[in-house]
Ligand binder design. Structure first.
Ligand SMILES: [Zn+2]
Length: 99
């Protein structure tokens, strides 16, 4: 029972102190949140950019619709054909449907 009273008194003391310094605690919390947001907004630590594959030997594919050469990684694939863009792919599909 004695410990319960002591614990209650300690909690009461904490509550009184917290109430007394509520403005300080509020502004400290606000500053903490602001710093956290700032850290999140900052781009991740300078990571050396990994070279995307070896830029020298990018395979090019020819769009069967418009004849434009496109890097294979950027091309839109349909079965065995590579299109330069989704627009070309859609046009080709629409054209095939009409036939
Ligand atoms: Zn195309």
């Amino acid at each position: 029972m004695k410990w319960l009273i002591i614990l209650g008194l300690i909690l009461l003391l904490i509550a009184v102190v917290a109430w007394h310094f509520r403005k300080h605690i509020q502004s400290a919390w606000f500053i903490y949140q602001t710093f956290r947001k700032m850290r999140q907004m900052r781009p991740p630590a300078e990571k050396p950019l990994e070279p995307k594959a070896k830029s020298g030997d990018t395979e090019l594919v020819r769009c069967p619709k418009c004849g434009k050469w496109t890097p294979k990684d950027d091309a839109v694939k349909l079965k065995s054909d590579f299109f330069c863009s989704l627009a070309c792919l859609e046009e080709t599909m629409a054209f095939n449907r009409r036939q």
